[in-house]
Design a protein around this ligand. Structure first.
Ligand SMILES: NC(=O)c1ccc[n+]([C@@H]2O[C@H](COP(=O)([O-])OP(=O)(O)OC[C@H]3O[C@@H](n4cnc5c(N)ncnc54)[C@H](OP(=O)(O)O)[C@@H]3O)[C@@H](O)[C@H]2O)c1
Length: 316
Protein backbone atom coordinates (compact mmCIF):
# COMPACT_ATOMS: atom_id res chain seq x y z
CA UNK A 1 0.00 0.00 0.00
CA UNK A 2 1.34 3.49 -0.92
CA UNK A 3 2.20 5.82 1.93
CA UNK A 4 1.10 8.93 0.03
CA UNK A 5 -2.37 9.88 -1.15
CA UNK A 6 -3.29 8.29 -4.45
CA UNK A 7 -3.98 9.96 -7.79
CA UNK A 8 -6.53 9.11 -10.45
CA UNK A 9 -5.92 10.26 -14.01
CA UNK A 10 -8.57 10.90 -16.65
CA UNK A 11 -6.88 12.88 -19.42
CA UNK A 12 -8.25 12.71 -22.94
CA UNK A 13 -4.74 13.24 -24.31
CA UNK A 14 -2.48 10.96 -26.36
CA UNK A 15 -2.10 7.73 -24.36
CA UNK A 16 1.58 7.45 -25.31
CA UNK A 17 2.33 10.94 -23.98
CA UNK A 18 0.66 10.16 -20.67
CA UNK A 19 2.57 6.89 -20.33
CA UNK A 20 5.91 8.57 -21.05
CA UNK A 21 5.18 11.42 -18.65
CA UNK A 22 4.23 9.02 -15.85
CA UNK A 23 7.69 7.43 -15.86
CA UNK A 24 9.25 8.74 -12.65
CA UNK A 25 6.24 10.88 -11.73
CA UNK A 26 4.24 10.66 -8.49
CA UNK A 27 6.85 8.67 -6.61
CA UNK A 28 5.33 6.82 -3.65
CA UNK A 29 1.77 7.34 -4.85
CA UNK A 30 -0.59 4.87 -6.44
CA UNK A 31 -1.58 6.17 -9.89
CA UNK A 32 -4.93 4.90 -11.11
CA UNK A 33 -6.32 5.19 -14.62
CA UNK A 34 -10.01 6.07 -14.77
CA UNK A 35 -10.06 4.72 -18.35
CA UNK A 36 -10.00 1.22 -16.79
CA UNK A 37 -13.74 1.19 -16.12
CA UNK A 38 -13.56 -1.92 -13.90
CA UNK A 39 -10.87 -0.48 -11.62
CA UNK A 40 -11.71 0.50 -8.05
CA UNK A 41 -10.64 4.17 -7.82
CA UNK A 42 -12.71 4.91 -4.73
CA UNK A 43 -9.68 5.63 -2.55
CA UNK A 44 -8.18 8.30 -4.87
CA UNK A 45 -7.66 11.69 -3.18
CA UNK A 46 -6.47 13.66 -6.21
CA UNK A 47 -7.77 13.65 -9.78
CA UNK A 48 -5.95 15.08 -12.81
CA UNK A 49 -8.50 15.49 -15.57
CA UNK A 50 -9.12 16.81 -19.04
CA UNK A 51 -12.66 16.31 -20.32
CA UNK A 52 -13.20 13.48 -17.80
CA UNK A 53 -15.93 10.86 -17.90
CA UNK A 54 -19.03 12.17 -16.12
CA UNK A 55 -19.08 9.31 -13.57
CA UNK A 56 -15.61 10.01 -12.16
CA UNK A 57 -16.97 11.78 -9.07
CA UNK A 58 -19.25 8.83 -8.24
CA UNK A 59 -16.37 6.41 -8.67
CA UNK A 60 -13.96 8.55 -6.61
CA UNK A 61 -15.99 10.07 -3.75
CA UNK A 62 -12.98 10.82 -1.51
CA UNK A 63 -11.32 13.36 -3.83
CA UNK A 64 -9.73 16.30 -2.00
CA UNK A 65 -8.25 18.31 -4.90
CA UNK A 66 -9.01 18.36 -8.62
CA UNK A 67 -6.34 19.33 -11.15
CA UNK A 68 -7.28 20.60 -14.61
CA UNK A 69 -5.15 19.23 -17.43
CA UNK A 70 -5.28 22.63 -19.12
CA UNK A 71 -5.39 26.33 -18.31
CA UNK A 72 -9.15 26.38 -18.97
CA UNK A 73 -11.62 24.81 -16.56
CA UNK A 74 -14.93 25.16 -18.43
CA UNK A 75 -14.73 21.40 -19.19
CA UNK A 76 -14.86 20.70 -15.44
CA UNK A 77 -17.18 23.38 -14.11
CA UNK A 78 -20.04 22.26 -16.34
CA UNK A 79 -19.91 18.69 -14.98
CA UNK A 80 -22.84 17.36 -12.95
CA UNK A 81 -21.98 16.23 -9.43
CA UNK A 82 -18.86 18.41 -9.23
CA UNK A 83 -17.66 18.10 -5.61
CA UNK A 84 -17.05 21.20 -3.53
CA UNK A 85 -13.26 20.83 -3.43
CA UNK A 86 -10.46 23.10 -4.68
CA UNK A 87 -9.82 23.02 -8.43
CA UNK A 88 -6.27 23.85 -9.48
CA UNK A 89 -5.72 24.94 -13.06
CA UNK A 90 -2.58 24.39 -15.12
CA UNK A 91 -0.28 27.40 -15.19
CA UNK A 92 3.01 26.74 -16.89
CA UNK A 93 5.73 28.91 -18.38
CA UNK A 94 6.09 26.79 -21.51
CA UNK A 95 2.34 26.85 -22.14
CA UNK A 96 2.35 30.63 -21.70
CA UNK A 97 5.35 31.09 -24.01
CA UNK A 98 3.84 28.94 -26.73
CA UNK A 99 0.54 30.82 -26.58
CA UNK A 100 2.37 34.12 -26.97
CA UNK A 101 4.31 32.73 -29.95
CA UNK A 102 1.00 31.89 -31.63
CA UNK A 103 -0.55 35.28 -30.84
CA UNK A 104 2.47 37.29 -32.00
CA UNK A 105 2.76 35.13 -35.13
CA UNK A 106 -0.87 35.84 -36.02
CA UNK A 107 -0.61 39.58 -35.34
CA UNK A 108 2.55 39.83 -37.47
CA UNK A 109 1.01 37.68 -40.18
CA UNK A 110 -1.92 40.08 -40.58
CA UNK A 111 0.35 43.12 -40.30
CA UNK A 112 2.67 41.79 -43.03
CA UNK A 113 -0.24 40.59 -45.18
CA UNK A 114 0.83 36.95 -45.23
CA UNK A 115 -2.60 35.68 -46.44
CA UNK A 116 -2.54 38.12 -49.39
CA UNK A 117 1.06 37.26 -50.31
CA UNK A 118 0.29 33.52 -50.15
CA UNK A 119 -2.56 34.15 -52.59
CA UNK A 120 -0.26 36.11 -54.89
CA UNK A 121 2.38 33.38 -54.71
CA UNK A 122 -0.13 30.77 -55.82
CA UNK A 123 -0.96 33.05 -58.80
CA UNK A 124 2.78 33.64 -59.54
CA UNK A 125 2.13 37.34 -59.07
CA UNK A 126 4.89 39.84 -58.16
CA UNK A 127 3.22 42.82 -56.50
CA UNK A 128 4.24 44.80 -53.47
CA UNK A 129 1.45 45.56 -51.00
CA UNK A 130 1.21 48.44 -48.56
CA UNK A 131 3.54 48.09 -45.61
CA UNK A 132 2.43 49.68 -42.31
CA UNK A 133 4.64 49.00 -39.31
CA UNK A 134 3.58 47.54 -35.97
CA UNK A 135 3.61 50.99 -34.38
CA UNK A 136 0.80 52.06 -36.75
CA UNK A 137 -1.48 49.35 -35.34
CA UNK A 138 -3.24 48.98 -32.01
CA UNK A 139 -3.72 45.43 -30.76
CA UNK A 140 -6.47 45.07 -28.16
CA UNK A 141 -6.16 42.03 -25.89
CA UNK A 142 -9.32 40.78 -24.18
CA UNK A 143 -8.35 38.84 -21.06
CA UNK A 144 -5.37 40.04 -19.05
CA UNK A 145 -4.65 36.87 -17.10
CA UNK A 146 -1.54 34.70 -17.21
CA UNK A 147 -1.73 34.31 -21.00
CA UNK A 148 -3.06 37.77 -21.89
CA UNK A 149 -0.39 39.58 -19.89
CA UNK A 150 2.45 37.66 -21.55
CA UNK A 151 1.02 38.30 -25.00
CA UNK A 152 0.62 42.00 -24.19
CA UNK A 153 4.29 42.20 -23.24
CA UNK A 154 5.54 40.34 -26.30
CA UNK A 155 3.29 42.24 -28.72
CA UNK A 156 4.75 45.41 -27.19
CA UNK A 157 8.29 44.16 -27.83
CA UNK A 158 7.37 43.76 -31.51
CA UNK A 159 6.39 47.44 -31.56
CA UNK A 160 2.59 47.20 -31.56
CA UNK A 161 0.56 49.68 -29.54
CA UNK A 162 -1.27 47.47 -27.09
CA UNK A 163 -4.44 48.08 -25.12
CA UNK A 164 -6.04 45.60 -22.75
CA UNK A 165 -9.46 44.72 -21.36
CA UNK A 166 -10.35 42.61 -18.33
CA UNK A 167 -13.12 42.27 -15.80
CA UNK A 168 -11.25 44.08 -13.04
CA UNK A 169 -9.12 47.13 -13.84
CA UNK A 170 -5.40 46.45 -14.33
CA UNK A 171 -2.32 48.67 -14.26
CA UNK A 172 0.29 47.64 -16.82
CA UNK A 173 3.17 49.97 -17.49
CA UNK A 174 3.00 51.46 -20.98
CA UNK A 175 -0.36 49.85 -21.76
CA UNK A 176 -3.74 51.54 -21.65
CA UNK A 177 -6.19 49.24 -19.90
CA UNK A 178 -9.97 49.14 -19.73
CA UNK A 179 -12.19 47.38 -17.21
CA UNK A 180 -15.35 45.36 -17.76
CA UNK A 181 -17.57 48.45 -18.08
CA UNK A 182 -15.34 50.11 -20.69
CA UNK A 183 -15.64 47.59 -23.49
CA UNK A 184 -16.91 49.99 -26.16
CA UNK A 185 -14.07 52.48 -25.57
CA UNK A 186 -11.57 49.60 -25.77
CA UNK A 187 -13.05 48.27 -29.02
CA UNK A 188 -13.07 51.74 -30.63
CA UNK A 189 -9.27 51.82 -30.22
CA UNK A 190 -8.61 48.33 -31.54
CA UNK A 191 -7.34 47.35 -35.03
CA UNK A 192 -6.39 43.77 -34.17
CA UNK A 193 -8.52 42.12 -31.48
CA UNK A 194 -7.00 39.20 -29.54
CA UNK A 195 -9.30 36.94 -27.51
CA UNK A 196 -7.66 35.22 -24.52
CA UNK A 197 -10.74 34.91 -22.33
CA UNK A 198 -11.93 31.88 -20.37
CA UNK A 199 -15.36 30.52 -21.25
CA UNK A 200 -17.84 31.53 -18.56
CA UNK A 201 -21.51 32.48 -18.51
CA UNK A 202 -20.37 36.12 -18.99
CA UNK A 203 -18.05 35.49 -21.91
CA UNK A 204 -20.18 32.97 -23.83
CA UNK A 205 -20.98 34.51 -27.23
CA UNK A 206 -19.22 37.78 -26.41
CA UNK A 207 -17.51 37.88 -29.84
CA UNK A 208 -20.65 38.59 -31.85
CA UNK A 209 -21.84 40.87 -34.66
CA UNK A 210 -22.46 43.81 -32.31
CA UNK A 211 -18.94 43.57 -30.90
CA UNK A 212 -17.26 43.25 -34.31
CA UNK A 213 -19.21 46.35 -35.44
CA UNK A 214 -17.60 48.41 -32.67
CA UNK A 215 -13.98 47.74 -33.66
CA UNK A 216 -12.06 50.60 -35.26
CA UNK A 217 -12.56 50.85 -39.01
CA UNK A 218 -10.08 52.58 -41.33
CA UNK A 219 -6.92 51.96 -39.30
CA UNK A 220 -3.60 51.21 -40.98
CA UNK A 221 -4.82 47.73 -41.99
CA UNK A 222 -8.01 49.20 -43.47
CA UNK A 223 -10.27 46.79 -41.61
CA UNK A 224 -10.06 45.20 -38.16
CA UNK A 225 -8.80 41.67 -37.65
CA UNK A 226 -9.95 39.10 -35.07
CA UNK A 227 -7.61 36.58 -33.43
CA UNK A 228 -9.04 34.06 -30.96
CA UNK A 229 -7.24 31.43 -28.89
CA UNK A 230 -9.43 31.55 -25.76
CA UNK A 231 -12.49 29.35 -26.20
CA UNK A 232 -14.76 28.77 -29.18
CA UNK A 233 -17.89 29.15 -27.05
CA UNK A 234 -17.00 32.83 -26.66
CA UNK A 235 -17.46 33.45 -30.36
CA UNK A 236 -20.64 33.29 -32.45
CA UNK A 237 -19.33 31.58 -35.57
CA UNK A 238 -22.27 32.62 -37.77
CA UNK A 239 -21.69 36.29 -36.82
CA UNK A 240 -17.97 35.98 -37.39
CA UNK A 241 -18.39 34.43 -40.83
CA UNK A 242 -20.92 37.17 -41.65
CA UNK A 243 -18.50 39.91 -40.51
CA UNK A 244 -15.70 38.41 -42.62
CA UNK A 245 -17.90 38.00 -45.70
CA UNK A 246 -19.43 41.47 -45.46
CA UNK A 247 -16.07 43.16 -44.90
CA UNK A 248 -16.73 44.36 -41.35
CA UNK A 249 -13.62 42.33 -40.54
CA UNK A 250 -10.60 42.15 -42.83
CA UNK A 251 -9.33 38.80 -41.56
CA UNK A 252 -9.17 36.35 -38.70
CA UNK A 253 -6.88 33.79 -37.07
CA UNK A 254 -8.84 31.16 -35.17
CA UNK A 255 -7.64 28.35 -32.96
CA UNK A 256 -11.00 27.70 -31.28
CA UNK A 257 -14.52 27.16 -32.58
CA UNK A 258 -18.05 26.69 -31.33
CA UNK A 259 -17.87 23.11 -32.64
CA UNK A 260 -14.58 21.22 -32.42
CA UNK A 261 -13.29 19.49 -34.46
CA UNK A 262 -14.28 22.14 -37.01
CA UNK A 263 -16.80 20.45 -39.34
CA UNK A 264 -15.65 19.78 -42.90
CA UNK A 265 -18.41 22.03 -44.28
CA UNK A 266 -17.46 25.04 -42.16
CA UNK A 267 -17.11 28.21 -44.27
CA UNK A 268 -13.89 29.05 -42.41
CA UNK A 269 -11.89 26.46 -44.35
CA UNK A 270 -12.42 28.28 -47.62
CA UNK A 271 -12.19 31.92 -46.56
CA UNK A 272 -8.93 33.33 -47.90
CA UNK A 273 -8.52 35.86 -45.12
CA UNK A 274 -8.92 33.26 -42.35
CA UNK A 275 -6.15 31.20 -40.79
CA UNK A 276 -7.32 28.07 -38.95
CA UNK A 277 -5.42 25.96 -36.40
CA UNK A 278 -6.97 22.91 -34.65
CA UNK A 279 -7.08 24.11 -31.03
CA UNK A 280 -3.33 23.82 -31.05
CA UNK A 281 -2.15 27.31 -30.12
CA UNK A 282 -0.67 25.96 -26.89
CA UNK A 283 -1.12 22.35 -25.84
CA UNK A 284 -0.41 21.21 -22.29
CA UNK A 285 2.92 19.49 -21.81
CA UNK A 286 1.97 16.40 -19.81
CA UNK A 287 5.31 16.11 -18.01
CA UNK A 288 5.01 19.71 -16.84
CA UNK A 289 1.38 19.08 -15.87
CA UNK A 290 2.37 16.18 -13.61
CA UNK A 291 5.33 18.14 -12.18
CA UNK A 292 3.06 21.07 -11.34
CA UNK A 293 0.43 18.79 -9.78
CA UNK A 294 3.08 17.12 -7.61
CA UNK A 295 4.29 20.51 -6.39
CA UNK A 296 0.73 21.41 -5.39
CA UNK A 297 0.15 18.03 -3.71
CA UNK A 298 3.30 18.52 -1.63
CA UNK A 299 2.14 22.03 -0.67
CA UNK A 300 -1.30 20.75 0.23
CA UNK A 301 0.03 17.92 2.38
CA UNK A 302 2.40 20.35 4.15
CA UNK A 303 -0.56 22.58 5.03
CA UNK A 304 0.44 25.35 2.60
CA UNK A 305 -2.16 27.06 0.39
CA UNK A 306 -2.68 25.65 -3.09
CA UNK A 307 -1.76 27.92 -6.00
CA UNK A 308 -3.78 28.75 -9.14
CA UNK A 309 -7.06 27.78 -7.50
CA UNK A 310 -10.14 28.43 -9.62
CA UNK A 311 -12.81 30.86 -8.45
CA UNK A 312 -15.75 28.56 -9.13
CA UNK A 313 -18.31 31.36 -8.81
CA UNK A 314 -16.51 33.55 -11.39
CA UNK A 315 -16.01 30.47 -13.59
CA UNK A 316 -12.25 30.71 -14.14
N1 LIG B 1 -6.20 27.56 -27.50
C1 LIG B 1 -5.39 27.02 -26.62
O1 LIG B 1 -4.53 26.21 -26.97
C2 LIG B 1 -5.48 27.43 -25.17
C3 LIG B 1 -4.46 27.04 -24.30
C4 LIG B 1 -4.54 27.45 -22.98
C5 LIG B 1 -5.58 28.25 -22.55
N2 LIG B 1 -6.57 28.64 -23.41
C6 LIG B 1 -7.67 29.50 -22.95
O2 LIG B 1 -7.14 30.73 -22.49
C7 LIG B 1 -7.93 31.15 -21.38
C8 LIG B 1 -7.18 32.19 -20.57
O3 LIG B 1 -6.11 31.60 -19.85
P1 LIG B 1 -5.34 32.38 -18.67
O4 LIG B 1 -4.39 31.42 -18.07
O5 LIG B 1 -4.82 33.67 -19.17
O6 LIG B 1 -6.58 32.68 -17.67
P2 LIG B 1 -6.61 33.61 -16.39
O7 LIG B 1 -5.24 33.85 -15.87
O8 LIG B 1 -7.64 33.06 -15.50
O9 LIG B 1 -7.12 35.02 -16.99
C9 LIG B 1 -8.40 35.24 -17.45
C10 LIG B 1 -8.55 36.70 -17.83
O10 LIG B 1 -9.84 36.89 -18.42
C11 LIG B 1 -10.50 37.96 -17.75
N3 LIG B 1 -11.95 37.75 -17.70
C12 LIG B 1 -12.63 36.65 -17.31
N4 LIG B 1 -13.95 36.86 -17.40
C13 LIG B 1 -14.10 38.12 -17.86
C14 LIG B 1 -15.22 38.92 -18.17
N5 LIG B 1 -16.49 38.48 -18.00
N6 LIG B 1 -15.01 40.17 -18.62
C15 LIG B 1 -13.75 40.63 -18.76
N7 LIG B 1 -12.64 39.93 -18.50
C16 LIG B 1 -12.82 38.69 -18.05
C17 LIG B 1 -9.94 37.95 -16.34
O11 LIG B 1 -10.18 39.21 -15.74
P3 LIG B 1 -9.62 39.58 -14.29
O12 LIG B 1 -8.14 39.75 -14.49
O13 LIG B 1 -10.31 40.84 -13.95
O14 LIG B 1 -9.95 38.42 -13.40
C18 LIG B 1 -8.47 37.63 -16.62
O15 LIG B 1 -7.78 38.81 -16.96
C19 LIG B 1 -8.20 29.84 -20.64
O16 LIG B 1 -9.33 29.96 -19.80
C20 LIG B 1 -8.44 28.88 -21.79
O17 LIG B 1 -9.82 28.84 -22.09
C21 LIG B 1 -6.53 28.23 -24.71
Amino acid sequence: MSAKKSVVIDLKFERREIGAALAGAFSGRAVLHASDSGLDISDARYAIVWKPDPNIFQRAPKLEVLFSGGAGVDHILSMPGLPDIPIVRFVDESLTNRMSEWVVLQALSHLRQVPAYLGQQRERRWRELSQPEAGDITVGVMGLGVLGLDSVRKLGIMGFNVVGWSRSGKTIEGVETFDGGELDAFLARTDILVGLLPLTSDTRGIFNAALFGKLRQGGALGKPVFINAGRGGSQVDADLVGALESGVLGGASLDVFETEPLPADSPYWALENVFVTPHAASASDVRALFRNAEVQMTRYEAGQPLEHVVDVKAGY
